[in-house]
Design a protein around this ligand. Sequence first.
Ligand code: GDP
Length: 498
Amino acid sequence: MSETTIAAISTAYGEAGIGIVRTSGPDSLSVLRKVFVPNRAGATAGQLQTGAGSAGDAGVWTPQPRHMYYGRIVDPKDGSVADECLAVFMPGPQSYTGEDVAEVQCHGSVISYKKILALMLENGAQPAEPGEFTKRAFINGRMDLAQAEAVIDLIKARSARSFDCAVGQLEGSLSQKIRSVRAELLDLLTELAVNMDYPDEDIEELTYNRLGNRISLINDELIKLKDSSAEGRILREGLLAAIVGKPNVGKSSLMNVLLREDRSIVTDVPGTTRDTIEEQISLRGITIRFVDTAGIRSSADKVESIGIERSKDAFNRAELLLLVLDSSEAISAEDLELMEMAKDRPVIVILNKDDLPAAGSHGKTIEASGGSDGGNGLSEGMIEDEIRRILPGARMVRLSAKTGEGLLQLEDSIEEYVTGGRVRREEDVLVTNVRHIALIEKAIEELSEAGRMTRAAEAMDFIEVNVRAAFDALGEITGETASGEVIEEVFRRFCLGK
Ligand code: GDP
């Protein structure tokens, strides 16, 4: 338990309906008593107790735990009223931090928050650091480290799915999974120790065969967890997708219909320049950050080439490429060039303008890759064949940005890319946090090495070292074996007042 009492403004700093200033620590009640004057039972708002004497009188007011009291925040120095408010006292350990917590709900004015905080600081509290309330909750065993990280993910979630994921982790879904794998590893470590320490005793011998089986069963569980991480990371951070294509194929139109379809939030991503337009949408609960990469071909124009560099950068950074072609026109050299660039990258090819007659169907021709088919005209399906030849793994979607036809299929394709085609069951745990992913990978590496040594029938005490390293790596996820620096680093990401 901490010996200090911290205070901070816990709601967003700005105009709002209400705001909350709170304290946590052993002096929470004493701080609250010094600055809060409750409206006595039966008294009306006009008959509130005021004045320095009553505000500073520590013995008189004993709030019932977790009951809301109406009253005023009063400066004990001079009896001046800071604001009307509601106050609640939550004694530990049944509070967010596990310590005594007091919360004041005041009017949602920055002046009010500041005044109340200042009074709390003058009367026994000290300023909280970012995330310090949650850090205390972790230190006091109210939640483990993975759950604390879920708190910040939940606050920062930008899509419904990532929010749900964070809620699941806060409820302990990941922690339980990690704990159960750790319990299996601990069991194995115990058995290894017994076998090493008492080889002659009458205990079931741990054969290399049985050891190898157990290691690989545990490792399989971790590999399954790791496999969920690609989807988990996208859910948490969003997917960076680039819409690419030569001029006039309908990139802007597509972006616009996607934005219109997005019935939830459309936000500008802070920190992005307007040189490459980045828009964020929530598609079926998945956050997608679209970058429009107009103009990717080289140009002699100096100004234009700066834009092109940026576009190229966006093209390279994108996790998913949406390559737009105009299906009413022949595939051009420029299209081919882009397809070549998209080779070996995750790509969805969009055959836009599907409302228009297809290339080849009305005397239009499709230039074959060499452009030398003499204008005989290729049939409609051949545009697909040509794409498949260059981009064999690509998903293809026919669509009209004008009529909206085909948009659902595009959304299906994007969703399929994110989920890897896996159908997720309710109870499946998704790993979303890069710190967790790295630790799971470390544990897998250690167990794979232990498995290899087992097959080579190496000494059990060597194998034990790797199994223990896997056990410790997983413990860092939930915080059992995390160092002070790791914990500091985790809480540095938090905001003030959380
Ligand atoms: P960008 O240069 O790739 O961004 O292309 P735009 O979105 O500006 O579109 C170029 C032209 O094609 C505009 O005149 C659009 O109205 C038109 N266009 C875009 N998508 C479609 C479509 O699906 N069908 C039809 N018929 N026209 C489209």
